[in-house]
Design a protein around this ligand. Structure first.
Ligand code: URA
Length: 451
């Protein structure tokens, strides 16, 4: 394999065939292609883009590098969701047990915090004893037994994506729609799904902030899923403010537990139910790929999900999952068992007016700087730190009114958090114009505007 020739072709706007991607990724995974050549190729991909067929070739090469789960004998629909990442997005912790309580098998493989965004694994690991490192065999066995598992990418699944992702992270080649799409879908399609719901974020806190580009990202992932026999639907959702109130790992786990008892914030509840309806449509929907189900069916699914929250079935399912993965299930009854921060302080409105913005990036960055995320790959995350922000865009506030609580390790970090909130929360005159929580549903058939 003459790698400089492949880089040259990509650099000059040409494409690699599916066979070339497969062989190249196999050679790279085996350590016979050095990082510097792969980095040059990734940058050429970033600058030149990839056509749909080429993105599919890249995805298939990634899938071929590892194992795929097969749940054909399970006799139940197997549906997962994936979010493109945000601040305060703890939907997975609520939705996976909720969907499982409604009879859907959910083999969820998630990631860690990345940049300013939080990660489901870090949130789960704030539960004392919870292990996210299971083998594929253990994963399969748990799905068969209790219908849901919440783990990290195993070494068997798309190993070349893991290597490529680490390289992209340090070569400024993350924010590229075909590369993101192939990367996400390589992990999701390896789960052996019968359906997939994507939560594609838009707004200033999203990786792809721009509405048109987030739609393109959704369409690219949907095409990859559908072409491989996995019905895929995406919701375009708001990440121009944090989701819910809690930002930070244990704080988010606590808020997710409250949501599982139907005592969480409204936006978290709404988004969880919206994604849950899509999961049930895929699991039981009429008429095949991506038709969205009838309005009557959707209303029924929503009611079923609401009942699983109010009856305690979803919270009990979360307890089962925690117990199966070595954690302390008592946190569901008593969230005070989650690790607690040393310093807690209230942040008050520095002036009267209307909250015009709560900027998620500044909040997410501060959580990382306070120790709640990684600045270097081997940093140990402090689960206790973060914010609970009650202020929402549009609220009218008085000077001195409490807007947020700060949870930190040291008084210096409390100061840092104060400065971050000063930067993130804009109070002024006039009207706030937040994005709609769920703007659109995207399927293989097209885009349905929901707001
Ligand atoms: N998440 C992934 O898994 N891959 C990307 O490329 C970006 C986000």
């Amino acid at each position: 394999m003459f790698v400089p020739g492949l880089i040259e072709r990509k650099r000059d706007g040409g494409a690699l065939s599916a066979a070339e991607w497969r062989d190249l990724l196999a050679e790279y995974e085996a350590g016979r292609v050095p990082d510097y050549q792969m980095a040059a190729l990734l940058m050429a991909c970033f600058l030149r883009g990839l056509e749909r067929a080429e993105t599919a070739g890249l995805l298939d090469g990634m899938l071929a590098s590892g194992s795929r789960l097969d749940f054909a004998g399970l006799g139940r629909p197997v549906v997962d969701k994936h979010s493109t990442g945000g601040v305060g997005d703890k939907v997975s912790l609520v939705l996976a047990p909720l969907a499982a309580a409604c009879g859907v098998a959910v083999p969820m493989m998630s990631g860690r915090g990345l940049g300013h965004t939080g990660g489901t694994l870090d949130k789960l690991e704030s539960i004392p004893g919870f292990s996210t490192q299971l083998s594929l065999d253990q994963m399969r066995a748990q799905v068969e037994r209790i219908g849901c598992v919440l783990i990290g990418q195993t070494p068997e699944v798309a190993p070349v994506d893991k290597k490529l992702y680490a390289l992209r992270d340090v070569t400024a080649t993350v924010e590229c729609i075909p590369l993101i799409s192939a990367s996400i879908m390589s992990k999701k399609l390896a789960e052996g799904l019968t359906g997939l719901v994507l939560d594609v974020k838009q707004g200033s806190g999203a990786f792809i902030a721009d509405a048109d580009r987030s739609l393109e990202l959704a369409r690219t992932m949907i095409a990859l899923g559908e072409d491989r026999g996995c019905p895929t639907v995406a919701l375009l959702t708001a990440m121009d403010r944090p989701l819910g109130r809690a930002c930070g790992n244990a704080l988010e786990a606590e808020e997710a537990i409250m949501a599982l008892k139907d005592e969480g914030p409204d936006d978290l509840r709404e988004l969880t139910l919206a994604e849950g309806v899509e999961m049930l449509v895929l699991a039981r929907g009429t008429g095949g790929q991506g038709d969205g189900g009838t309005e009557k069916a959707r209303a029924g699914y929503r009611k079923e999900l609401e009942q699983a929250l109010t009856s305690g079935a979803a919270a009990r399912k979360f307890q089962e999952i925690i117990e199966a993965q070595g954690g302390n299930p008592a946190v569901v009854d008593d969230p005070a068992l989650l690790p607690q921060a040393r310093e807690v302080e209230v942040y008050r409105a520095p002036r009267a007016g209307r909250v015009l913005e709560v900027a998620p990036r500044a909040i997410g960055r501060a959580v990382v700087q306070m120790g709640g995320g990684r600045q270097q790959v081997d940093d140990v995350v402090d689960p206790t730190v973060g914010f609970v922000i009650s202020a929402r865009p549009g609220d009218k506030v008085r000077k001195g009114e409490p807007l947020a609580s700060i949870f930190a390790r040291t008084p210096a970090d409390v100061e840092l958090a104060h400065r971050a909130l000063d930067e993130a929360i804009t109070i002024g005159e006039g009207a706030a114009s937040p994005l709609p929580l769920v703007a659109a549903r995207v399927t293989a058939k097209g885009v349905e505007q929901l707001a």
